[in-house]
Design a protein around this ligand. Structure first.
Ligand SMILES: NC(=O)c1ccc[n+]([C@@H]2O[C@H](COP(=O)([O-])OP(=O)(O)OC[C@H]3O[C@@H](n4cnc5c(N)ncnc54)[C@H](OP(=O)(O)O)[C@@H]3O)[C@@H](O)[C@H]2O)c1
Length: 286
């Protein structure tokens, strides 16, 4: 039995959908906070179990009988190590044969502040003795295409990346890698550096938006401090804005690229070109 947490999230939902193409629904458990959001999965025969990372008893019940589990990292910054530990302990108690965890590229060495909780979680997982796979996911292309309306309204993409390459891939690509690991063998105790291998940079992205929409969008390089202030002004909580600005500094130093080719190898096809994801996002605006 394969358990997927965060199954009503954007990544988890794609994982469950792709699992359904490979294995019977009766072998899939979707762990969710709100069963109402998973009605479509239940209708397809997936077992839906309700749990909250903050409530260990619910997590333990949700992982009953688990063989392999995909722990989709949580969203509450500062709480995540405790939350993830709860899932790791439940997986250990159940004698899980594999725990796959959505981490961040080079979690053990990267300077990104955002990586701290991933690094700690990886340590907890290693110490647990449960066989693991670290899916060190790079940025989703959708992190950018999801913010098209403000970019078009402002006619600008602001960043502090110094125009460096960002190894983006579509969420569906990362989901496919997770499915390969969950349904395959030989992935125990491995860390995969999952990044796209394309030519995505913020200047190239702005130019492509302009080309596809006919509306001029310029890339504007700003200092990390200015970016942080702009994010706060746009409504982001100050600690999160600081972490996001720090990510751009890391990106400028190549933190979100990797030459391993792990992603294309795991999904056995090229990564979805970012221009394709962008074109679809623009089409969806109309
Ligand atoms: N690689 C990247 O570019 C990138 C970007 C953003 C985030 N991330 C990380 O990758 C994860 C997956 O990305 P995503 O796009 O699928 O994010 P998402 O759409 O926000 O999904 C997050 C999932 O985590 C679940 N969750 C959050 N807190 C929980 C809790 N206390 N107990 C149980 N479940 C909880 C959510 O449940 P509900 O469905 O009930 O809300 C949701 O299903 C994120 O959670 C984050 O850690 C990565």
């Amino acid at each position: 039995m394969i358990v997927v947490t965060g199954a009503t999230g954007q990544l988890g939902r794609l994982v469950v959908q792709q699992l359904l193409e490979k294995i019977p629904a009766s072998q899939i458990v979707a762990v969710v906070r709100d069963a109402g959001k998973a009605a479509d999965l239940a209708a397809r025969g997936v077992s839906v179990r309700v749990a909250d990372y903050n409530q260990p008893a619910t997590v333990e019940a949700a992982l009953a009988g688990v063989e392999k589990v995909l722990l989709v990292s949580g969203t509450e910054l500062g709480k995540r190590v405790a939350q993830h530990t709860t899932v790791v302990e439940a997986a250990k108690k159940q004698g899980a044969k594999l725990l796959a965890y959505t981490s961040i590229p080079h979690a053990d060495t990267t300077p990104l502040k955002l990586a701290a909780e991933h690094r700690e979680t990886e340590k907890v997982i290693r110490a647990s003795g449960v066989p693991f796979t670290f899916l060190r996911n790079g940025w989703y292309t959708e992190n950018y295409t999801g913010r098209l309306p403000p970019a078009l309204a402002q006619g600008a993409i602001f960043g502090a990346t110094k125009g460096a390459t960002i190894g983006v891939a579509a969420r569906a690509d990362y989901a496919a890698a997770a499915v390969t690991v969950l349904t395959g063998s030989g992935h125990e105790n491995r860390a995969y550096e999952l990044t796209g291998d394309g030519d995505f940079t913020l200047p190239a992205y702005a130019a492509e938006i302009s080309r596809l929409t006919g509306k001029t969008v310029v890339h504007t390089e700003v200092s990390p401090e200015a970016l942080e202030q702009a994010l706060v002004a746009a409504g982001l909580p100050a600690p999160f804005a600081a972490i996001m600005a720090d990510c751009d500094v890391g990106i400028s130093q190549g933190a979100l690229t990797d030459p391993s080719g792990d992603l294309t190898r795991l999904i056995a096809r090229p990564v979805t070109p970012w221009r394709e994801t962008l074109a679809a996002a623009i089409k969806a605006l109309h």
